[in-house]
Design a protein around this ligand. Structure first.
Ligand code: GDP
Length: 139
């Protein structure tokens, strides 16, 4: 198994709802190493840059307004198979369709306000990690 890194975000709904600690506890229990972590509020333009791949989707404006509506916690997580494992722990995009026990099922409230983000492939993980931690030595 290859050690991988992924970008995880605790979204504004979860930070505002006071469940960041519970989500961080799950990250620790699942055995991820937190390589880097910071809390910030994205501007609308920064959210648009992060989600540029979704620019043509009908929900792009709503999504980027939501992602810039409050503070987020952004992390680089490291583990074997980190990308797929973090997505398994988050659950499906739509909390209503996510498996019982997953973070999105327990803490998400809609397909948009689904409490966490995780990179979906190695190339997107590289882009997303660089987007938030540019030029930083992640050791
Ligand atoms: P993810 O990889 O599971 O996060 O899902 P996607 O890459 O398909 O979508 C990115 C993010 O856009 C999701 O996490 C949601 O916050 C949001 N999103 C996805 N589908 C919809 C939708 O149909 N409507 C709205 N409003 N937001 C959506």
């Amino acid at each position: 198994m290859v050690i991988e890194r992924t970008l995880a975000i605790i979204k504004p709904d979860a930070v505002g709802g006071g469940v960041s600690g519970e989500i961080l506890a799950r990250i620790h229990k699942a055995g991820f190493r937190i390589v880097a972590i910071k809390s910030l509020r994205l501007t609308k333009a920064e959210a648009e840059g992060f989600y540029a791949v979704h620019r043509s989707r009908p929900f792009f404006a709503d999504l980027t307004t939501f992602m810039s509506s409050g503070k987020v916690v952004v992390m680089v997580l490291e583990a074997e198979n980190a990308i797929a494992r973090w997505r398994d722990i988050m659950g499906a995009t739509d909390p209503a369709k996510a498996a019982p026990g997953t973070i999105r099922r327990e803490f998400g409230s809609s397909i948009q306000n689904n409490c966490t983000h995780g990179s979906d492939a190695p190339d997107t993980a590289t882009f997303e990690i660089g987007y938030f931690f540019p030029g930083v030595d992640l050791i």
